[in-house]
Design a protein around this ligand. Structure first.
Ligand code: HEC
Length: 152
């Protein structure tokens, strides 16, 4: 029994999708839709992480994100997303599919990152280091030229 997943589902999902997962007039049923019924859980994981916003028959529908960008919902960890995915899959979808925290990490990172995204966290510290080094070099120069005897 997936207690943790049940708690997350009750707290974060059931308000819209209902405790039984059947949804209502405004929110879709989770039973065997494309995200829960297939063999690949990536859509389900991505829906929970990033939310959804699209227009169906001219009616805008919206599901909030629960991943790192979550703003007004409970932010769920990779393990939480895996737990609630497994709860959803075993109760409303394809129970043969199992989601791990590693799967969630893979979907969250969107596969391989572009090189710039890899080095992005280091760009600002690198600039700071270069600026400090330049300031030191200038300071040394100024100090040296002051010390030089003024015979012209
Ligand atoms: C604020 C209401 C709301 C909450 C909370 C919510 N959902 Fe949804 N969810 C929606 C709506 C609306 C859609 C349909 C969006 C669309 O079709 O564009 C949806 C769609 C889905 C789908 C189907 C995606 C697809 O591609 O068809 C899944 C699966 C799902 N939600 C799972 C969850 C899970 C799991 C949680 C809890 C972590 C959750 N939802 C929380 C409103 C919500």
């Amino acid at each position: 029994m997936n207690e943790k997943g049940f708690h997350i589902f009750s707290g974060s999902c059931a308000a819209c999708h209902q405790v039984n997962g059947e949804g209502n007039n405004h929110y879709p049923s989770l039973f065997h839709n494309t995200a829960t019924g297939g063999d690949n859980p990536d859509n389900l994981i991505a829906t929970i992480l990033f939310g959804l916003s699209r227009t169906v028959n001219d009616v805008p529908t919206f599901m909030p994100a629960f991943g790192p960008n979550a703003s007004f919902t409970d932010r769920l960890s990779d393990k939480d997303v895996a737990d609630v995915s497994n709860y959803v899959l075993s109760h409303f979808g394809n129970g043969k599919v199992q989601v791990t925290a590693a799967d969630v990490l893979r979907v969250r990172e969107g596969g391989e990152k572009p090189a710039l995204a890899e080095i992005a966290p280091f760009i600002v510290p690198a600039i700071v280091v270069v600026v400090i080094l330049l300031a030191l070099i200038v300071a040394v120069f100024v100090a040296r030229s002051r010390r030089r005897p003024a015979h012209a």
